[in-house]
Design a protein around this ligand. Structure first.
Ligand SMILES: [Zn+2]
Length: 119
């Protein structure tokens, strides 16, 4: 993020002269006094858009807390879910159907995977 855009987003959120509320704790941030960052409300890694509407100023400390307690665990979980969906990760627990067998919901039991010769 450019310094210009960073300052512009801060300005958009200003409630007073060089003062904007922290989007995480609600306490005011002094533009020139406090250490602050632009927080992505929905993390970029969680497909949050990189738009000014998804951004807001936050204290550096508040941002670190959110990153490590909310975003990173959620990002790791999203990666696990994607790996499972793509089939690159085996389930660590539970029953795994043997190869060549599928669950038939009408018969409510496992059946051999239908081949091309059968209708
Ligand atoms: Zn804060």
């Amino acid at each position: 993020m450019s310094a210009k855009r960073r300052q512009a987003i801060f300005t958009e959120h200003c409630t007073g002269h060089n003062i904007a509320p922290c989007c995480l704790c609600g306490e005011p941030i002094q533009r020139h006094e406090d250490r602050w960052i632009i927080e992505h409300r929905r993390a970029l890694a969680l497909l949050g858009p990189d738009l000014n509407t998804n951004c807001a100023p936050a204290h550096f400390k508040c941002g670190e807390v959110k990153t490590h307690t909310q975003d990173l665990p959620r990002i790791r979980k999203a990666k696990r879910q994607q790996a499972r969906h793509e089939g690159t990760k085996k389930p660590t627990r539970g029953f795994e159907a043997p190869a060549g067998v599928v669950f038939d919901w009408k018969l409510r039991r496992y059946v051999l995977r239908p081949t091309a010769s059968q209708p």
